[in-house]
Design a protein around this ligand. Structure first.
Ligand SMILES: C[S@@+](CC[C@H](N)C(=O)[O-])C[C@H]1O[C@@H](n2cnc3c(N)ncnc32)[C@H](O)[C@@H]1O
Length: 238
């Protein structure tokens, strides 16, 4: 263990007291943020790529960083179409070797990409949230996916949803939010990647001896979770 990566430092020691209120709010109030033009274009290209892959089951790698996990998931699931999405052009452009034919890396804003995906009826078989930015300050709850207004869209896509983090509280909060929003039981569990780390962040944390946590939940495709009008209209998508 030679790596040295700092553990999450937060004054928060329990699930945020405002979490349930924020989830209730996300389920009741439509998210009206306009779609970024670059994400609309990126989504259209991803849609065309998917069509070319026929009925291949879809795996989404949301916040894929440099795309190593996208490559590894594509190698592990050769019959699937694996799409890695990240907003960082810099990370996506790093050279990690040839992209498998069944993988696509997309530069896009996830909040918009997810809404477009749901509006187009995408149903990922698997959906990964691998080491999302933790936003450990309590005041930043609304930037964590479980406190974000886009949460109902993430859950509504359905499929096998897997979240991993080195911050136990993040995964515990996400589990509470999943159960509140969907009624499906979810819990944070310790996770040991062994030799086969899926992402660079996972490798860094694991090599530093940090505990890792994950949540895996099977969700139905449930567009009705999203409050009325929260999905982009056809005109917006044109
Ligand atoms: C901590 S890194 C983890 C990257 C990778 N999953 C890993 O484990 O190595 C979080 C990633 O999420 C991306 N990200 C955060 N918020 C995003 C958003 N709203 N839309 C798209 N990407 C986002 C960041 O650019 C960053 O690459």
């Amino acid at each position: 263990m030679t790596a040295c990566s700092r553990s999450i430092v937060s004054r928060q020691t329990l699930p945020h007291q405002d979490l349930a209120r924020r989830v209730t709010r996300a389920l009741a109030h439509p998210l009206r943020k306009p779609l970024a033009a670059h994400t609309r274009e990126a989504f259209a290209r991803a849609q065309q790529w998917r069509h070319r892959r026929g009925a291949a089951p879809l795996i989404l790698d949301a916040g894929c960083g440099v795309g190593l996990s996208t490559r590894r998931l594509a190698a592990q699931h050769p019959a699937a179409a694996v799409i890695g999405v990240d907003r960082s052009a810099d990370r996506l452009s790093r050279d990690h070797g040839r992209l498998p034919d069944n993988a696509l890396l997309v530069r896009a804003e996830l909040v918009d990409f997810w809404r477009l995906a749901l509006a187009e009826g995408w149903r990922p078989a698997q959906h990964y949230l691998l080491y999302p930015n933790p936003y450990p300050k309590a005041a930043h709850l609304k930037m964590r996916w479980q406190g974000h207004p886009v949460l109902p869209v993430i859950l509504a896509l359905g499929g096998r949803l897997e979240l991993r983090s080195n911050w136990r509280l993040y995964v515990e909060e996400f589990a509470l939010a999943v159960t509140q929003a969907t009624g499906v039981a979810a819990e944070a569990q310790p996770f040991a990647p062994g030799e086969a780390c899926l992402t660079p962040f996972e490798h860094k944390y694991h090599a530093s001896g940090q505990a890792l946590w994950r949540l895996v939940v099977e969700l139905p495709h449930a567009p009705g979770l999203v409050p009325g009008g929260a999905l982009p209209s056809v005109e917006e998508r044109d």
